[in-house]
Design a protein. Structure first.
Length: 64
């Protein structure tokens, strides 16, 4: 399911910005949120969350 959602997101984001309607943009957001919900409890999702946490922590320490 996650792979299918990734393919859909990639195909939707490859379209030109000018060609998108508000409905298309809302649908893309909904699909990305669904992908996040599907990935979050998996090891891949946890790894991404851990990586992003380290990245944010490194950036905040660099700004001090």
């Amino acid at each position: 399911m996650a792979v299918l959602l990734v393919v859909i997101v990639v195909l939707r984001l490859r379209r030109r910005t000018e060609a998108r309607s508000r409905f298309d943009e809302k649908m893309t957001v909904f699909i990305v949120l669904a992908l996040g919900i599907v990935l979050a409890p998996t090891e891949v999702g946890q790894g991404i969350a851990h990586f992003l946490g380290q990245l944010v922590g490194g950036v905040s320490k660099a700004n001090q």
